[in-house]
Design a protein around this ligand. Structure first.
Ligand code: NAD
Length: 271
């Protein structure tokens, strides 16, 4: 089903690797064009080059407002419109016990995961409103923002914030035909999770194997599971959906895989 993003333009922060890269590639495969915004210059330029004239790379640190403003403006300067935005750049940030957390590290984590996403929303919506074509912004949350125990405290707090912003912005932006949703991935093999799981950011394959054994659906997750969800939200298929958080986690946060005890016992209606 190619062509779901035909003639449209997207801005993807954190587009130089992992979930962002996969989504940028899918946007082009579906007929669109993409601005890859990332502070990883070498990786970002390589991804953009591999997509030919359908992609440009803009060096962008989402903690710097003028960088993200310039990335949004680049979409308009190059292609005259912005239809989709994936506010996705992220880091794991500070981890460890709350009582031992240096607040400067908390601030640095929030600068990327909360302020960076807010700034991306700010400038993506600014240019979308001016272009007048509507649009769809998707923020990357996490299952850690939905359920306890699935990530570091600051990360969990930030990701719950992404869900809150997606919902809040949806109420304002609906009047401009701009939709706003978040997605909450479970564990997906990328450089970030490979680093956490195997100690080596390049060992994405080993991370995927480990994740397959833990998945309620008993298969390895893939970055395409996220890219496809973003594409669904960006495209006509998701055109009546706004203000929602969509978990893409094989049902982990819904208790999938935990019901074995109940399914194995004799059915009891009354005692
Ligand atoms: N992989 C998972 O299992 C998973 C699960 C839940 C949420 N997430 C979220 O998905 C997003 C993407 O992560 P990923 O797994 O693809 O990891 P990744 O490390 O492969 O990609 C993250 C990208 O963000 C960029 N980035 C980081 N800080 C930046 C900044 N200040 N400015 C601009 N770019 C910056 C990095 O250079 C990198 O290209 C993150 O927000 C992460 O928290 C990932």
């Amino acid at each position: 089903m190619a062509g779901r993003f035909e003639g449209k333009v997207a801005l993807v922060t954190g587009g130089a690797s992992g979930l962002g890269e996969e989504t940028a590639r899918l946007a082009v495969a579906e007929g669109g064009k993409v601005v890859i915004a990332d502070y990883g210059v070498e990786r970002g330029e390589a991804v953009a080059k591999s997509l030919g004239d359908k992609a440009i790379f803009v060096k962008c640190d989402v903690t710097i407002e003028s960088d993200i403003a310039a990335a949004a403006d680049a979409a308009i300067a190059k292609w005259g419109r912005l239809d989709g935005c994936f506010a996705n750049a992220g880091i794991v940030g500070i981890s460890g016990p709350i009582a031992a957390t240096p607040l400067e590290d908390f601030d640095k984590t929030m600068a990327v995961l909360v302020r960076g996403v807010f700034a991306t929303y700010k400038h993506a919506s600014r240019v979308m409103i001016a272009a007048g074509n509507g649009g769809c912004i998707v923020g990357t949350a996490s299952v850690a923002g939905v359920m306890g125990g699935l990530g570091p405290h600051a990360y969990a707090m930030a990701k719950a914030g992404v869900i809150g912003l997606a919902r809040s912005a949806a109420s304002e932006l609906a009047g401009h035909r701009i939709r706003s949703n978040s997605i909450a991935p479970g564990s997906i093999p990328t450089g970030m999770t490979a680093h956490v799981i195997t100690g080596n950011p390049d060992d994405v394959e080993k991370a995927a194997e480990r994740m397959a054994t833990m998945s309620p659906l008993k298969r390895a997750p893939h970055a395409s599971d996220i890219a496809e969800t973003v594409m669904f939200l960006w495209s006509d298929g998701g055109s009546y959906i706004t203000g929602q958080n969509i978990t893409v986690d094989a049902g982990l946060t819904m208790g999938a895989g935990m019901s074995a005890t109940w399914n194995d016992v004799r059915m009891v209606v009354a005692r």
